[in-house]
Design a binder for this molecule. Sequence first.
Ligand SMILES: Nc1ncnc2c1ncn2[C@@H]1O[C@H](COP(=O)(O)OP(=O)(O)OP(=O)(O)O)[C@@H](O)[C@H]1O
Ligand SMILES: [Mg+2]
Length: 235
Amino acid sequence: MNASTPLIRVQGVTKTFFGKGEDVTPLENLDLEITQGDFVALMGPSGSGKTTLLHLLAGIDKPTSGTIDIGGTSVSTLGARALAQWRNRHVGFVFQQYNLVPVLTARENVELPLLLGKLSSAERTHKVDVALEAVGLADRATHLPRQLSGGQQQRVAVARAIVAGPELILADEPTGNLDHKAATAILDLLKELHQRFGQTLVMVTHDPRAAAAAERVIHLDKGRIAADERSEVSQ
Ligand SMILES: Nc1ncnc2c1ncn2[C@@H]1O[C@H](COP(=O)(O)OP(=O)(O)OP(=O)(O)O)[C@@H](O)[C@H]1O
Ligand SMILES: [Mg+2]
C-alpha cells in the first residue's frame, strides 16, 4: 500500500441503539476514509458519537447499516470469532480508564494480546520488553497497576496496544484522566510511536493540544462530520 491508500473506508454507516425508551442514533449515514499512516484527531461535543465510531472501527460493535472496510477486511460483516482474531492482530485500543487487569503486573498486562497468538514464550518476552522499553517503563515491568501512577498505567496500556504490532491504533481520550504533565507525556509518546512505526492513529480527544499534534482533525456533531481539516504537521 502506498501513502495515500485508504486504510479505513466507512460507507453509509448508521448506528442506532434500540432501547426500552427512545432509540438513539449517534451516527447517521457516515462516510469517511482514513489514509494509511495518518494521525487523526476525532473531536466533537459529548454525545456526538466519537466513542461509538471508534468501537465500530475496532469491531467492538457493529453498524446498524453501512459497511466498514479496514485494510481489505470487511469488519462490519465478520462473525464474532473471526472479528476477535482480526482485532487481536490488527488493532490496538487505548481506553481513557487504562483498563489494565489489576492482578497482573505491567509485563503480564502487556503480554495479554500475545497469548492468543502462536509465539513462543521467548518471543513473547522479547516483544513485551521492546514495548515496555518503547513507552519508557522497562524498570516498572513487575509492578502491579495500583503501584503505578495514572500516567504510568496509561503507558502500560499503550505498550499493550502496540505489542502485537497492529497497523491501527485507536485511542479514546487517552489523556482524559491525566494531569497536564502526564497528558503531554502520553501525547508525545503516541506521536513518537506513530512517527517511528508509521501506524495509523485515530484518537478521540477534547484536548486542543492533542488536535494540534494530529495531521487531520475531524469534528463530529450530531452523528455527522461537521468539519474535516488537514493541518500542517507539527513536530
Ligand atoms: N450501548 C449504548 N446503548 C444505548 N445508547 C448508547 C450506547 N452507547 C452510546 N449510546 C448513546 O449514543 C450517543 C453517542 O455516545 P458516544 O459515547 O459515542 O458519545 P461521545 O461522542 O463519545 O461522547 P463523550 O465525549 O461524552 O465521550 C449518546 O447519546 C449515548 O447515550
Ligand atoms: Mg466518548
